[in-house]
Design a protein around this ligand. Structure first.
Ligand code: ADP
Length: 422
């Protein structure tokens, strides 16, 4: 297919996703537990936007003519890398699928994609829509299965030319190892995080609380970029804790299909138990539990929105990824100090800064080692914004033109030029 034709087919898939939005959103909520208002209002429309935006690159990626130091004509050609594979997680099932499949297909690759074992349903639905949209057989292959079997087989396959993975740092390492031990397929890794949100005392406390709550509690806390270390400057610390706890207490937790519900259950029993374990460790290590801390009811994996104050840098809840509705608040004095502490992590996915001082915002955004810095906002994601991690949060960038180039090879073509000025 030409790039333009691929673009057309992907736009057709986007049309079908819009037509079936209600069903897709309901399936996503059934599978994952996120509030229907989120699936319908954010995950689905957001995925369609990403798909349409990336589809537009189909006929817009060209190579260069190169100025060679001799009588040669030379140019570069972008070619699809070949068979691409993707292994995705359960926290944003449909969005993760589109973030990987759209750039691969628009680049001209085929794709084998393994959804997470917890949430395979919307991926299978998309496979049916892909067929209807005119994506030829064998081009987008949805292969549900478990990680250590299906996932590992994909990662070590000799005929897979590229792999893109989103999930834990631990499994990311296994993916890279499998690539190294098989055919050295290039890897794109989007891994874990322990993102700092730095709140300076000059800021408005209500805005700070708003940003912190969104940063941490969004998607039941199941976000790789969650603001899971909230550093608050001493002048605002007590008031922030009081207001943040009050806001957490007022969150509406319950049946994700019910209108007005802000927080559904955690995705499964494993995650649920892991999060309750972290809450216990916060208590035993001496953090101050301000609100929450327990499961809600007897059925389902519902956890109270939880806030810990007086968290210290060496506590487990300040070091490890919790992936749940547990806010950890740490106190700081000076900017130099907070930069050091914020960077003292193996992760580097995202960071937030809340301040009205432009110089502080600029200084901090250059000092924090993370792939995305949100100033006076959080979780802003857009197909135009490259996304990925520093350090052990990943390799490569997704979204934007960068994403499409992940699935392309760059070929250099050289030929002598005779009897002609060069
Ligand atoms: P999480 O902790 O968020 O569930 P994981 O990294 O365990 O994240 O899982 C993300 C994805 O990686 C899932 O699709 C899962 O099936 C897959 N996976 C898990 N283990 C492996 C493995 N050994 N090899 C390849 N894929 C794996």
């Amino acid at each position: 297919m030409t790039g333009y034709a691929r673009s057309r087919v992907l736009h057709k898939l986007a049309d079908l996703m819009e037509e079936r939005l209600e069903e897709l959103a309901a399936i996503e909520t059934l599978d994952n537990g996120k509030p229907l208002s989120m699936s319908k209002g954010m995950d689905l429309p957001g995925s369609v936007t990403i798909l349409r935006s990336l589809a537009g690159w189909g006929d817009k990626i060209s190579g260069d003519t190169c100025k060679v130091n001799g009588p040669y004509q030379a140019y570069t050609l972008y070619e699809p890398i070949g068979v691409a594979a993707a292994i995705i997680p359960w926290n944003f099932p449909i969005a993760s699928l589109i973030i990987k499949a759209a750039p691969a297909l628009v680049a001209g690759c085929t794709m084998v994609l393994k959804p997470a074992e917890q949430t395979p349903l919307t991926a299978l639905f998309i496979a049916a829509l892909a067929k209807e949209a005119g994506i030829p057989p064998g081009v987008l292959n949805i292969l549900p299965g478990f990680g250590p079997t299906t996932g590992a087989a994909i990662a070590s396959h000799m005929d897979v030319d590229k792999i893109s993975f989103t999930g834990s740092t631990e499994v990311g390492r296994l993916i890279m190892e499998a690539s190294a031990k098989s055919n050295l397929k290039p890897v794109t890794l989007e891994l874990g995080g322990k993102s700092p949100l730095i709140i300076c005392e000059d800021a408005d406390v209500d805005i700070a609380v708003e940003i912190a709550s969104l940063g941490l509690f969004f998607n039941m806390g199941q976000c790789c970029v969650a603001s899971s270390r909230i550093f608050v400057q001493e002048g605002m610390y007590n008031e922030f804790l009081r207001k943040a706890s009050e806001k957490a207490r007022n969150r509406v937790v319950g049946d994700p299909f019910q209108a007005g519900v802000q927080q559904g259950p955690q995705v499964d029993e494993t995650q649920f138990k892991k999060i309750l374990g972290y809450i216990e460790s916060g208590k035993t290590e001496g953090a101050k539990l301000l609100t929450g801390g327990k499961r809600i009811g007897e059925a389902g994996y519902f956890i109270e929105p939880t806030v810990f104050g007086d968290v210290k840098d060496d506590m487990k809840i300040a070091k490890e990824e919790i992936f749940g509705p547990v806010m950890s608040v740490l106190r700081f004095k000076s900017l130099d100090e907070v930069v050091k502490r914020a960077n003292d992590t193996m992760y580097g996915l995202a960071a937030g800064i809340v301040t009205n001082d432009l110089n502080v915002a600029n200084r901090l955004s250059r000092s924090i080692r993370a792939g995305t810095i949100w100033i006076n906002c959080y979780h802003v994601s857009d197909p135009a914004l490259p996304f990925g991690g520093y350090k052990m949060s990943g390799i490569g960038r997704e979204q934007s033109l960068q994403a499409v180039l992940n699935y392309m090879q760059l070929k250099t073509v050289v030929t002598p030029v005779h009897d002609s000025p060069w």
